[in-house]
Design a protein around this ligand. Structure first.
Ligand code: TRP
Length: 451
């Protein structure tokens, strides 16, 4: 098998980069409102089960495939079973998924970047504390024709610059700085939020289990969220897997990433809900919670509000940045390997394409809202594709490949670092990867389509 020289410099570097990929808008924007909606603690229990028994297994599978093959997704599947080249299609599916996720992610990241600006300049603070002007402001901002596109482009350029820096100097170093910054920012917000009067109501909302709200839909949401949050089911972790140093323990690395990702999601909930309750706002803000409800919360904190809202949107932007970096990296590495070009060509190509698609998806909420695919706007169509169809399908292909198609000694070798590690959890890992995870994914995929 060919050896790539590209690799993270250490286990810590690999963990930081992968945590950077996993921790994103999914943790800070999506997890809190989904958890609140489906019964708080009840949702959390189910979510934890999915994260550790499904998501982590998928992450280990992707790392094993990537590190064993030392290739990007399409070639990785082909290299591990040269006699069954068709499995390369799963890799291709992953790369297509990464592209659509990146384009959609850029839209939300663009809003976040815009809100950092609006927070610093005091525009958000000037809206006061009544709900209507703040949500009108968000509607106006997100449906405007040039503003979201401009901020989207600024954000994409930042992502491109990191990728051009390379795997160690760009991705790894940026993640090693930004991840601790993110933890500090989120802790500052947690302390502020938890010390507000009446904060306990938010803690209660997040943790006290209400099993009556945990519907079948809630269980599916927990599963979807666990895949999305860990960045699995799109080949990105196969690419990162190929950069993991040979003597790193894949099981431990994946566990660390899973634990960090989950902790940050819970901390995000603790930063958001106590403040929302304390200021008397509606916690069921759904996707608009972050952009429509939080500015309200900050504005009711008086002059310190500007500081806290800036910290919050900066936090969101940092989280989004390290995730977008991993998406562009997966695309860049793949195209450069296939075309045999240098990274710069691949990076610039996908930078242009994803920014272009991102702008189109963004415009589909404003000037292009009349363009519909099967009754949905372009943004909603891509959202459906990204949440219901592509990731579970790609995840299913990946885990079936690992459990049933890839030679078992390759899997065992990578799990135990060629017999150096005891591989205590290998039996359990293999059982989950062969039976439990495929069945669970099949159920999600089928019910997602039927719903
Ligand atoms: N995990 C990211 C988040 O929580 C989102 C995401 C999904 C992602 N799939 C990805 C990021 C693939 C990078 C690569 O926001």
């Amino acid at each position: 098998m060919s050896t790539q020289q590209k690799s993270f410099s250490s286990n810590l570097g690999a963990i930081m980069a992968a945590v950077g990929s996993a921790v994103g808008l999914g943790n800070i924007w999506r997890f809190p409102y989904t958890c609140g909606k489906y019964g708080g603690g009840a949702f959390l229990i189910v979510y934890l089960g999915f994260v550790f028994f499904l998501g982590a297994v998928l992450m280990m599978s992707e790392f094993i495939i990537g590190r064993r093959a030392q290739h990007t997704p399409v070639k990785a599947f082909q290299a591990l079973r040269p006699d069954r080249k068709g499995w390369g299609l799963i890799g291709l599916l992953g790369i297509v998924t990464s592209f659509f996720i990146l384009s959609q992610y850029l839209v939300l990241s663009g809003w976040t970047t815009g809100y950092v600006w609006e927070a610093i300049t005091g525009s958000l603070a000037s809206l006061g504390t009544s709900a209507a002007p703040i949500s009108d402001y968000f509607t106006q901002f997100s449906t405007d024709s040039w503003k979201p596109a401009l901020f989207l482009a600024i954000f994409s350029v930042l992502v491109l610059l990191v990728i051009l820096g390379g795997v160690q100097k760009g991705i790894e170093n940026v993640s090693k700085v930004l991840m601790p910054v993110l933890v500090v920012l989120i802790l500052v917000l947690c302390v502020r939020s938890l010390t507000l009067p009446g904060a306990y109501k938010g803690v209660e909302y997040l943790f006290s289990p209400d099993f009556s709200k945990l519907t079948g839909e809630g269980i599916l949401a927990a599963l979807g969220q666990s895949l999305f949050s860990l960045s699995v089911g799109m080949g990105v972790m196969i690419v990162y897997g190929s950069y993991i140093p040979v003597n790193d323990n894949i099981f431990k690395t994946a566990m660390w990433i899973t634990v960090c990702d989950t902790l940050i999601a819970v901390l995000a909930g603790l930063a958001i809900f106590p403040a929302v309750f304390s200021c008397g706002f509606d916690p069921a803000g759904g996707p608009g919670l972050v952009f429509c409800v939080l500015p309200n919360v900050f504005n009711s904190m008086g002059s310190a509000g500007i500081v806290f809202s800036t910290i919050f949107f900066l936090l969101l932007m940092v989280a989004a940045l390290t995730s977008a970096i991993s998406l562009l990296e997966a695309l860049t590495a793949t195209i450069s390997e296939h075309l045999g070009t240098c990274r710069v060509v691949g990076a610039v190509l996908f930078f242009i394409l994803s920014t272009l698609f991102g702008v189109i998806f963004s415009l589909s909420m404003g000037p292009l809202s009349h363009v519909k695919l099967a009754g949905l706007t372009l943004f909603d169509s891509v959202d459906r594709l990204n949440s219901i169809y592509l990731p579970p399908l790609c995840a299913l292909g990946t885990v079936v490949f690992l459990g049933w198609v890839m030679p078992e000694h390759d899997v065992h070798d990578e799990f135990t670092n060629h017999g150096v590690l005891s591989g205590r959890f290998y039996g359990m890992f293999r059982f989950l990867a062969r039976y439990v995870v495929p069945v669970a994914l099949l159920v999600v995929f089928v019910s997602g389509i039927l719903m």
